[in-house]
Structures are given as structure tokens and as C-alpha cells.
Unconditional design. Structure first.
Length: 120
């Protein structure tokens, strides 16, 4: 059974923007909100050169990396063709009160290894 960690209210995430969730000794997680108020969570690191996705521009269900404009799918963390590579997605839910939660086990166990950039 999932244990959920309360992070913020959905209104604390800018529409078409992101909010960073710091993790001790690991890369932060970025929580994104699109124009339809759908919320997604990805490791805050582009698979290309490690750019901070939380500083990118959200377009529909994707985010553009601010470094080299790679388009990353918010649902799966994968780069859109012709680019290749994926960043780690995290389970996220928004409750009836508008509170955004992340899976605590995933926060403590996913994407803890050092970053390896895609060569391109």
C-alpha cells in the first residue's frame, strides 16, 4: 500500500509551471501543472545534459528543457522524437482538498544514482 507525502496545494504550483521538491542526497523532483490542472512529477533533470526541467516551459502534457529545448513527456518522462532518453517519473495524486501528494517510497528509493548524460 502506498504511503503518500503531502507536498503542497495545487494552487502553489503555477499553471504551466513547476515546483521543486528537494530530496536529501538526491536530485530534486519537479511537480508540474498544466493548463487543465493535471499534475505530473518527474526527476528535475533532463536526460540529455541534466538541465533543470522545473525551469522549462510546460506545453500540454510536455515540458521543454531550458538548456537545449528537448521536449519531455510529463506522463512518462521520455524525450519526444527525434530525441531519445527518459528521466524518472514519480507517482503523484491530488486529493479532494487540492493537496498534492508524492509516493514516499518512490521519493526515498528512485533515481538516487549519479547522473549519466545521453551522448548527443
Amino acid at each position: 500500500m502506498n504511503q503518500w507525502k503531502s507536498i503542497c496545494r495545487i494552487d502553489d504550483i503555477p499553471v504551466l509551471g513547476a515546483r521543486r521538491v528537494a530530496r536529501e542526497n538526491a536530485c530534486a523532483v519537479a511537480i508540474f501543472r498544466n493548463a487543465e490542472d493535471h499534475v505530473f512529477a518527474l526527476l528535475d533533470r533532463c536526460p540529455h545534459k541534466g538541465g533543470p526541467l522545473s525551469q522549462g516551459i510546460v506545453m500540454g502534457d510536455s515540458v521543454a528543457c531550458p538548456l537545449h529545448n528537448w521536449t519531455i513527456g510529463l506522463a512518462d518522462g521520455c524525450a519526444k522524437a527525434p530525441d531519445v532518453g527518459c528521466t524518472t517519473p514519480f507517482a503523484v495524486k491530488v486529493d479532494e482538498q487540492g493537496v498534492v501528494h508524492l509516493d514516499l517510497e518512490e521519493l526515498n528509493s528512485r533515481a538516487l544514482e549519479p547522473f549519466v548524460a545521453v551522448v548527443a
